[in-house]
Design a protein around this ligand. Structure first.
Ligand code: ZN
Ligand code: ZN
Length: 371
């Protein structure tokens, strides 16, 4: 499978007219080699030549055994010791992989590569030209195979088990941080390897902020509470949001809840092979706009999901790329009324031949907990 990924990657690199790629120890490297690293200060870089030959791995010597044992792809290793620094290992790797300075530009990850790696590359290959390889890498990862989809389905199942248990424990008087700690505990109790991201518990007026940081505010009767969390499993992530009410929330809150629920449903129904992120966004957004709350839906309808919690494709106006079968992403419309509160309902989707399938199926009707 990993060899297949290398073949697809090098074909795309050749088509883009690049001499190769340089990958940082992050999501793309994990996708290609199966290896995960804690990003440190020691230079760690994989050079992928466009000719499809084995990638060249410049690696701190202390990581070598671990990498060789766990890599799912044959690679050429260029270990370096702290006493020597990475310069010579990098020079050898560039020589081996490209026969000297690459003929033409290599793709680097603009959002991951640091000045440290860039300067070292420029020293090892004087006159080196670089371009942003991130879009090329992202497009390769958008379509998930069966094993990837199975991991995502399991990550979704885990977070839903956890969410059910969290909601059963929520009470007026608990703080957002209390609920956050329960979310973490219940997600880990399912056997998940971690949380997808720092969970969000946004209560009352705080729920009007889509990217709220959890506080010590106690939940109060009449609050809407947005719960946004995810589980990691097998290297893949889930990402779900449900909004609950602590006691009867009032007619305006119910009105915006119903609009968001209808928008979520319309967005999911718009998913099919060949539809675009633009169309999915419009399907969800038009429900909210027609309901009079358009200006309060302040973000895109969804984002790609997989090895990272935010990857391509975006469900957003202007994205006209057709969705292929196997593409995975979220649908998460929301309405945020400053001073009053907000509602978001988020599901994880995959494009199938028949249309969109949701990995997440947690009930979407407004849950009114004892106030
Ligand atoms: Zn989310
Ligand atoms: Zn999300």
């Amino acid at each position: 499978m990993q060899q297949d990924r290398l073949n697809r990657l090098t074909a795309a690199v050749q088509q883009a007219g690049l001499a190769g790629l340089a990958l940082m120890p992050a999501a793309n490297l994990k996708y290609l080699t199966g290896l995960t690293f804690h990003q440190g200060k020691r230079l760690t870089l994989v050079l992928v030549p466009a000719d499809g030959s084995a990638p060249c791995f410049i690696i701190p010597a202390l990581e070598l055994t671990q990498a060789q044992a766990n890599a799912t792809l044959p690679m050429r290793y260029f270990p370096w010791h702290d006493a020597d620094g990475p310069g010579e290992a990098l020079r050898q790797a560039v020589q081996d992989g490209f026969g000297g300075t690459p003929k033409g530009a290599i793709g680097v990850e603009y959002t991951a590569l640091r000045v440290m790696e860039l300067r070292a590359l420029e020293q090892a290959a004087p006159g080196l030209a670089t371009v942003d390889g991130t879009p090329l890498l992202a497009s390769l990862r958008m379509v998930k195979d069966d094993a990837e989809q199975a991991a995502m389905a399991e990550a979704a199942r885990m977070v839903e088990v956890a969410l059910e248990r969290v909601i059963n424990q929520m009470q007026v008087g608990m703080t957002e941080r209390d609920v956050s700690a329960i979310i973490t505990r219940e997600i880990m109790a399912t056997g998940a390897t971690g949380e997808s991201f720092d969970n969000i518990v946004a209560s009352g007026p705080n729920s009007a902020n889509p990217h709220h940081n959890n506080t010590d505010r106690p939940l109060q009767a009449g609050d809407l509470v947005i719960l946004d969390c995810g589980a990691a499993y097998g290297g893949y992530y889930s990402d779900i949001t449900r909004t609950v009410a602590m006691g009867e929330p009032g007619p305006e809150a119910r009105r915006i809840y119903e609009l968001v629920q209808a928008a979520n449903e319309a967005g999911r129904a718009a998913v099919r092979p060949g539809a675009t992120g633009h169309e999915v966004d419009r399907a969800a957004r038009s429900v909210i706009t027609n309901g009079g709350f358009g200006p309060y839906f302040v973000h895109r309808t969804g984002h790609g999901l997989g090895i990272e919690t935010h990857e391509l494709p975006d469900m957003v106006a202007g994205n006209h790329q057709p969705l292929a079968v196997g593409t995975t992403f979220t649908i998460e419309p929301g309405i945020y009324v400053p001073g009053m509160g907000g509602v978001r309902i988020e599901d994880d989707m995959v494009v199938t031949e028949e249309g969109g399938r949701s990995f997440t199926s947690f009930r979407r009707e407004l849950l009114v907990l004892p106030g």
